[in-house]
Design a protein around this ligand. Structure first.
Ligand SMILES: C[S@@+](CC[C@H](N)C(=O)[O-])C[C@H]1O[C@@H](n2cnc3c(N)ncnc32)[C@H](O)[C@@H]1O
Length: 317
């Protein structure tokens, strides 16, 4: 008997025929391309080959989530854990291809875990100005019997030059005020609302407000390392402007392109796996009508587990 999906399970699940139709929405690039050929497209291919064929200086922002230095099966294509030296060579080979595609004022974010992070840092500092390292508390990971469970990931933030975009006001976090302080009877830097007391705070480089996508979220796919749209929304809002172009050479299930589209940016993504390209295209189609990003509403990011409060606040506006 086929498994029946619970009504609350929103995981994107497409048939073979549907998959073929969505896959046809992606493109292959086999010769030098123009911006028109690639803008707002999912490119099916190996980024190491494809990047040499892309137009120079098209990207305002690069978000790269490469395979970490771990054994991982990406739908049949296995990435094998290797030495730091070989992983460094792999990293340098794709970074060198990304650089000419970036505008002089562009920024780059590279995702990693605690182990691959030091390798990535070493390569990034050869070519960029490193600005920060964000730590995302991922709140999920397999228990380890003889070690600490890994519950975090890092994201290196670097820029090509001293001139770059950083829209700090667009990435504030709405937190519940625990001890509401008043001066002359008036809230000091916080707001009193029907659903509680809140303060919008400046974001730090420690992110503990983002869950990984799970089955009841409409963005969820079966990709083994899918990044949450909320995480990408922070990077995109801070480091690009509407109308800019966001490039992801390791697109996976499409999270970067989908979030860029929802936030009125252009996007270009490369992914080597057909199944993942089909999911990306399906999600891009869904983003035509659903611009929602879980955990981001009214222009602010909300703490974890505040969806009921978010809905109440939106209603009272
Ligand atoms: C860590 S995952 C990215 C997940 C993605 N951020 C998401 O939210 O779905 C890395 C992706 O890179 C793809 N990949 C690995 N090597 C590649 C290559 N040389 N060219 C293009 N894609 C590649 C894998 O198939 C995998 O989907």
């Amino acid at each position: 008997m086929p498994k029946v999906k619970s009504g609350k399970n929103k995981t994107i699940d497409i048939s073979l025929e549907e998959g073929q139709r969505y896959l046809a929405g992606s493109v292959k690039i086999e010769s030098q391309s123009s911006l028109e050929d690639i803008l707002d497209k999912t490119i099916l291919g190996d980024c190491l080959a494809v990047m040499s064929l892309l137009p120079e200086g098209f990207a305002d922002l690069v978000i790269a989530d490469p395979p970490y230095n771990l054994d991982k099966d990406f739908n049949g294509r296995k990435f094998r854990k290797t030495s730091d030296e070989i992983y460094a060579d792999f990293t340098e080979s794709w970074i060198k291809k990304v650089i000419p595609l970036m505008k002089p004022e562009a920024s780059i974010y590279v995702c990693c875990d605690w182990k691959s992070g030091s390798v990535i840092e070493g390569i990034l500092k050869k070519y960029f100005i490193i600005r920060n390292r964000i730590t995302w508390q991922r709140e999920k990971g397999r228990g380890a019997l003889s070690n600490w469970k890994n519950g975090m990931e890092d994201i290196w933030f670097a820029t090509k030059s001293g001139s770059y975009t950083f829209n700090v006001e667009d990435v504030k976090i709405r937190r519940k005020v625990i001890a509401p302080y008043k001066v002359n009877g008036k809230p000091k830097d916080w707001e009193e609302t029907g659903s509680g007391n809140f303060r919008n705070t400046y974001p730090s480089n420690f992110w503990d407000d983002i869950s990984i996508p799970y089955w009841s979220m409409p963005e969820n796919t079966a990709h083994p390392t899918q990044k949450p749209e909320k995480l990408l929304a922070k990077l995109i809002l801070a480091s690009s402007n509407p109308g800019d172009t966001v490039f992801d050479p390791f697109l996976g299930s499409g999270s970067t392109s989908v979030t860029a589209k929802k936030l009125r940016r252009h996007y270009v993504g490369i992914e080597q796996n057909e199944q993942y390209c089909a999911w990306a295209e399906k999600r891009l189609e869904m983003a035509e009508t659903d611009k929602g990003i879980q955990g981001y509403s009214d222009g602010v990011f909300w703490e974890r587990n505040t969806s009921a409060l978010q809905k109440n606040q939106s209603k009272t506006k």
